[in-house]
Structure formats: structure tokens, C-alpha cells
Ligand binder design. Sequence first.
Ligand code: BDR
Ligand code: CA
Length: 312
Amino acid sequence: GTRLIIDTDPGVDDAFAIGLAALSDDVELLGVTTVFGNVPLETTTLNARRLLELCGRPDVPVAAGADRPLVHAQLDRAAHVHGADGLSGRSHTLPEPTRPLESSDAVSLLVSLIEAADGPVTLAPIGPLTNIALLLAAHPGVKAKIARIVIMGGGLHHGNSTPAAEFNIWSDPEAARRVLVEEDVPCVLVPLDLTHRCAFDSAWLGKLAASGPLGATLKSLTAEYLAHYRTELGFDGIVLHDAVAVAEAIKPGILVTETYPIEVDCGFGAARGATVADRRLKPGGGRTVDVALDTDLDGLRAFLLTRLAGTR
Ligand code: BDR
Ligand code: CA
């Protein structure tokens, strides 16, 4: 199975992504590292530990990472999307974690897990890219053992934090640029262009809830998130951005990718945090990134449901 480490800022869709990895028996979930993002670091860290407990996975170590961006400390939260506690006001209903938080920081845990692994490791960052940028900058030796970095982030045609920028990239554009442009590790980018096409509607959530107590708990975490997507964005259902990326991390090829050189705008104009793909007939060169732009949407919904419902 895939050796996987998730770097996350839970977050409702992060919760589904963690559940997907934690409940898939063909995945070796080596660890989870946390980052600031949707809500402050202390909250994302406690949420990640509670979610692993919920999934019956106290064997998975959790370490906390960056509490702010690398350079420019504009801290835009997404509490209006995920609730003040990151989980629609329901985090207190999750089991208390039995496993203590690692005493080491996220980057140290990443290095030791990657070095100790029997083979290449896949990283799935589903929050701001701060921890991953720090890892690659401070420990270039680990790159040889990274199979792929499957990133939820960016948008080729639109953003969500700003007209141009998607939340994870907007939260730390300099870190994103380090990972996607300056480094040369195989990366898959799962942007809004694809995640927004894949709504999970109330019928899907109903089936998840009917699958058992765990499914019902996961559904209960979507209340505020659902309201945000419905009432503010007029969307029929929820969007599980991060779970789409983790699906690709654990089942390579489930998403259809196109390969382009990418730039990340780190200026201070209207395009700060934008991900710009060079889609010209004759691209300018530079390293490329695989951008996930298509999938069998019904197949993906079924894949997530089977795994989260534990019916496989
Ligand atoms: C991303 O931003 C966060 O709010 C979500 O958890 C996801 O990682 C979507 O833009
Ligand atoms: Ca996230």
C-alpha cells in the first residue's frame, strides 16, 4: 500500500481526507502533521488528534508545525466556512485523543518518518504549504525518498479567498512557490477547478450517515460547512477539496492530470497567491507540475463513500 503522511489544518474537508486515509486498509498512514490555516494551529492540532481517535487510529503520530506563514503574516482564517472550532462547532463531540501529541515539531517528525520508511513516501499537504517548504529547504536529503507530493491548492481559472487566489496558496504564497516552482520534487496539484465540479449532495451524506456511527459523526461535522456552501455560494451540497486530493494520493490515477509549468504570484497586487499555469502552445520551460483537472465524478463519489463507510 501507499506510505502516506498528511499535512493538514482541519477543517471539515480535511476531516474527510483524514478519515479516507485512516480507514483505507491499503494505505500505510505513517503520520499526520498540522499547520495553521482554517483555524489557529492549536485547534487544527487538537482536531487532527481527535479525528484519528474517532477513526480508531491512535497508532498514528501527530506533530504540530507552523503557526504562521513563512514571511508575511497575514492570517486569514476560514472560520466563516468551517466554524470557529474548524469542525462546524462539533469538535467537542469527538473522542478525546488517547495518544499524546509528539514532542517533536512537524518538520522533525516528517524527516524521521521519511528516513525510517522502507520505501518512497507520498506527502499529501491539504493546508498552507509552510511545513512542506520548511522541510524541503532544511532537509533536501529527504527529497530522494519522496514519491510525490499531492497538494490540494490553487485554481487555474479562479480563487476562493480572493478572485485570483485559493485559500491554501493565499495563506502562504512564498511557501507554495518554494514547493511548486523552486524545488523539483514530483508534485500533483489538485485545484479548485476540479474540486468545485464534485459536489457531495445530501443524498450522498445521507448514505454516509446511514453506514454507521462513524459515518454519522462525519456527516454531523458538515452542518455549518453545508450551510456556507448552500446559502452563500448557492452550491448543491458540499465540496470536499482535501478528500479529492487524498483520493489521488492513495489511488494514483483516479484523477486525470495535465502537465504544465506553474508560477505562484508572490507580489502584492490583485493576483497575490494565484497559481498561473503556462498553457501556451510552446511553454516557456522550467519544472512542471501535474495538475488534476478531470475525473470520473460518480466513480470518485463512490470511492469516497465505500472507503468512509467501511464497506470494502
Ligand atoms: C482549501 O481551503 C480550506 O478551507 C480547505 O480545507 C481546503 O484545504 C480549499 O480552498
Ligand atoms: Ca485544508
